[in-house]
Design a protein around this ligand. Sequence first.
Ligand SMILES: [Zn+2]
Length: 258
Amino acid sequence: MKCADCLESLGPFIDGELPPDEAALVEEHLKTCADCAAAHQRLVATSSQLKKTLMRYEAPDVLKARIRASITEAARDAPDQPVMVPLPRRSAWQRTFAAAAVVAIVSSGLTYAVVNQRASANPVEQEVLASHIRSLMPGHLTDVASNDQHNVKPWFNGRANVSPDVPRLDSLGFPLIGGRLDYIDGHNAAVVVYTRRQHVINVFSWASPGPTEQSGVLSTSNGYHLIRARHNGLEMWIVSDLNESELRDFARMVIPPR
Ligand SMILES: [Zn+2]
């Protein structure tokens, strides 16, 4: 095997994608060629570092939803085929990046499966979380898309049996993007949708007679934070994958403390 061929094959070799006979040739060459062996070592180290780094980044909601939607679509189009991400034969560097991207996608898909299969202790929490995840799929986020609370608040009249507060928070870094209707725990729920950078924040409200409860009970499920409160005759849930500290700041503005 020539060095050029060996270098070309290093990426798929590291990913375990070479046919056994080709892999054996690469292995043989690496034993006898110090240059290629060094390149192999560098690539292994870079690949492992890259995977570690990528795994640490939390993908924004919108990106996760797009990936989930495309995985679901691909699976539906070919129900008997495993979902494969094509890896064209390219340079070792490109292949390393492609492999790392696949790891990120698979990791995101696994999270989704766990979310779906997890039997939450609280069935309402599970419904709210499922609705949040569904809302991130293309075309599901808003029924009325507007950054003006004077369009969003009246839109709920006659549609939901509650009229949630729709504060304007864009100057504080939480732009309003609209509202939608949902159905949670046997109730028509009004959902007001905000964003923070790439993160979507859904604010669910439905009528719930009973005493006001302490604001801001937080739970965490598979990377999503949920804040629940009962306020002014409303059951309210705030859901996002935004970090806990910023989501609590947001909750204090949407559900003012008594
Ligand atoms: Zn060589």
